[in-house]
Design a protein around this ligand. Structure first.
Ligand code: AMP
Length: 470
């Protein structure tokens, strides 16, 4: 089937062809006729399946074929959880809508509201919005949704995860009852099912790539590596010529910034994208990456959700994801819409549990890859209990390890305690030094101080045996 088999306007087909799409993806094939028919839709699809065009094309067609006169109030509303996703959806509406009498605006928080208010005042047909800012502008009287005909709730599961559901429900309560509703969600937890039941009337259900199925086109590899050596392995992998561009996933925002600093030290240009960055910085990082100016983008899970980067060659999971489902979302950034892609995952001893969860979810073991920094530390580090105020760690050293500054905690003899005398429940930080050949190894001194003997193994294979024991 190609796009000519779908009952789309010639102008839309032309714009689709200009994007380089030849065949509709499965969700487009199933959803476009349903939406054109005016029916409600429940779409179970993750990002990367082409779901944006699956709703944008029929919505544009409807608005273009049935223009209404008078004041230009929004006729279609797309609610989406993140600013990046809102901008990407807006871009697709602009692109597919070229040459059609349809106007679109995108609104989201974290930026000055005035340009958004101006766009609303000029009159629009399609409004793409994040719930917080939309609710805010509705309350200020800048958005009237009485003429709304089509409502799209995008990434419903993520809306719940991110705590937006309250705003979403308040907005829905203000929409006209007579409307067409489309709900998209990558997963179907009971809360989303409940929401779908309350919103959709006799919907058609379209399921594509349920979240527990990994994208088959993606070549997945696992690298067992000690935490302190991850940066060296990352720099080496990124220097491979086949890595055209790479999205690197970090568990935390600080971690993402640290990875960027370390890459820059290794002479690799990279940007970080996460929730603590300003909207301008995020946009700049994204456009540098999209234009090929920088090859590496380091992101947290939330910031990367929904990023649409065409032709991404590699994804690297620098840290294992906290939730196994995030693995699917992460690797779904590469190999999009039928393209091949590569996903490499790092795993240190403290992440074996998360790795097991990922492998359970995808129903297979990730093949491990030999490399220059095989995992050597196979004893998980002890959890660090929270310290009482006066003793709290105030600084980290250059290697990112905790350094206790005060008090000095002298023993009765006036000497600093040895490991055996360390405060109960708190193991001394394992110190490491940079050894020959750039390898990071425990120093002789710290080896003496380690809370438990460190068993050394020479290959990832042995590490896997250890994992099977746990
Ligand atoms: P989405 O799931 O809407 O975020 O789309 C994921 C990616 O697939 C985007 O980069 C689109 O440009 C691309 N895409 C969408 N539909 C098609 C298609 N029919 N053929 C090729 N690429 C597509």
């Amino acid at each position: 089937m190609d796009f000519n088999d779908l009952p789309l306007l010639p102008r839309l087909r032309q714009n689709v062809a200009a994007s380089g799409y030849t065949n509709p993806t499965p969700i487009q094939r199933s959803a476009i006729p349903v939406v054109l028919d005016g029916r409600d839709l429940l779409g179970c699809a993750q990002t990367g399946t082409g779901k944006t065009a699956a709703f944008a094309l029929p919505i544009l067609q409807h608005l273009a074929l049935e223009p209404i006169g008078g004041s230009r109030l929004p006729r279609a509303l797309i609610l989406t959880p993140t600013r990046e996703l809102a901008l990407q959806i807006g871009e697709q509406f602009e692109h597919f809508g070229k040459g059609l009498p349809v106007r679109c605006a995108v609104i989201f928080g974290g930026v000055n509201q005035n340009p958004q208010v101006e766009a609303l005042k000029r009159g629009i047909d399609v409004l793409v919005a994040c719930p917080g800012r939309l609710w805010d502008l509705m309350n200020q009287g800048f958005v009237a949704l009485d003429k709304l005909e089509i409502f799209v709730l995008d990434e419903a599961d993520r809306m719940l995860d991110m705590g937006f559901i309250h705003d979403v429900k308040r907005i829905i309560a203000k929409l006209p009852r007579q409307r067409q509703t489309l709900l998209f969600s990558a997963t179907m937890p009971p809360e989303v099912e409940e929401l779908a039941l309350s919103l959709l009337k006799n919907p058609e259900t379209v399921k594509v790539d349920p979240v527990s199925t990994p994208v088959e086109a993606i070549e997945q590899k696992l690298f067992y590596v000690d935490k302190a050596n991850k940066k060296f392995l990352l720099a080496q992998l990124l220097s491979r010529p086949e890595v055209e561009n790479c999205l690197v996933f970090s568990k935390t925002k600080h971690g993402a910034d640290r990875i960027v600093r370390e890459l820059k030290r290794a002479g690799i240009d990279a940007d970080a994208i996460h929730g603590d960055k300003s909207q301008t910085a995020r946009q700049r990082a994204l456009s540098r990456f999209k234009s090929g100016e920088s090859r590496v983008l380091v992101a947290t899970d939330i910031a990367a959700r929904g990023l649409d980067i065409a032709g991404l060659s590699h994804v690297i999971n620098y840290d294992q994801p906290m939730e196994p489902e995030a693995y699917i979302h992460r690797i779904g950034r590469t190999g999009r819409a039928g393209k091949t892609g590569v996903a490499w995952s790092f795993c240190c001893v403290d992440e074996l549990k998360q790795l097991n969860q990922v492998e359970k979810l995808i129903g297979k073991r990730l093949p491990s890859q030999e490399h220059n920094w095989p995992m050597e530390i196979t004893t998980p580090s002890e959890p660090q209990p929270r310290m009482p105020r006066g003793e709290r760690v105030a600084k980290v050293n250059r290697r990112g390890e905790a350094v206790v500054t005060k008090p000095q905690n002298k023993s009765a003899s006036g000497k600093t305690p040895t490991h055996a005398q360390a405060p109960a429940g708190r193991a001394p930080a394992q110190r490491i030094t940079i050894g020959g050949g750039g390898r990071v190894q425990p120093s002789g001194e710290s080896r003496k101080q380690m809370p438990a003997p460190v068993r050394r193994v020479n290959s990832a294979h042995q590490a896997r045996i250890k994992r099977a024991d746990t």
